[in-house]
Design a protein around this ligand. Sequence first.
Ligand SMILES: [Zn+2]
Length: 328
Amino acid sequence: MSYVVRDVVVVLALAAAAARLDSWLAWPVYWAAQGTMFWALFVLGHDCGHGSFSNNTKLNSVVGHILHSSILVPYNGWRISHRTHHQNHGHVENDESWHPLPEKLYRSLDSSTRKLRFALPFPMLAYPFYLWSRSPGKSGSHFHPSSDLFQPNEKKDILTSTACWLAMAGLLAGLTIVMGPLQMLKLYGVPYWIFVMWLDFVTYLHHHGHNDKLPWYRGKAWSYLRGGLTTLDRDYGWLNNIHHDIGTHVVHHLFPQIPHYHLVEATEAAKPVLGKYYREPDKSGPFPFHLFGALAQSLKRDHYVSDTGDILYYQTDPKIAGDAQTSG
Ligand SMILES: [Zn+2]
């Protein structure tokens, strides 16, 4: 709970300080700091979704709803689709987060959809659109109780979260009327999009961008352990602590019930057991600039996987790789 209180106090203090200063020198600093803090709130809500925040299910739900609604995430909708992601990590078809497209589906996409998925900065802005309508080839929405993301008995949970999301949207609309659209854009809109970029950046790089090509699976080749071992740890430098050690992703995927404040320790304990299956992350400087290269490289080369076979590696569309070369 102390992490939640700390983060909420920091978010409110940053907003109050920025509104008071109201200077064009201070706003960019505020946007970077607040967008990063929104991401920290998201990670704590993510713990609630895994049930690792508290043993009390109700408390997980209440705190998760407050944290995630405040940054316009439908708590139960995403919690359930994230559970699907964990239960199927590394599976080409059944995974739910940044999974590869089979070649036939990839070829069926129009050129603008391909651009949105592979040309920076568009993939880093994907999250709200993913919440609304998922990924290519999949139907349903995180807001709709009858979406095929959810079981019939989860309808009430989805309605609750969508209602909380609407209440937050209503609050933001009210504040926009009171404070004016420009002030709200500066206080909430820009940090929101920086949070979205953090989320897309971090979640993409936990499953992509290693120097060695990592496998994806389907059919009998897939297992929970094999899928979990395709995830990657990352070092975010000074931000590791602010981001609640989200970079310790391998052990989080193998044991999602471990709360974030034990993940560093759990990773150290798991390393000798995992041996060569653990890939040590590249060391970061104070800020993780080294990861931009990994991101750009992966978007340039990781486009689709074969429609057949059970152990698969990304293949490259020369057209997209060529475009990236020209514009880079
Ligand atoms: Zn998770």
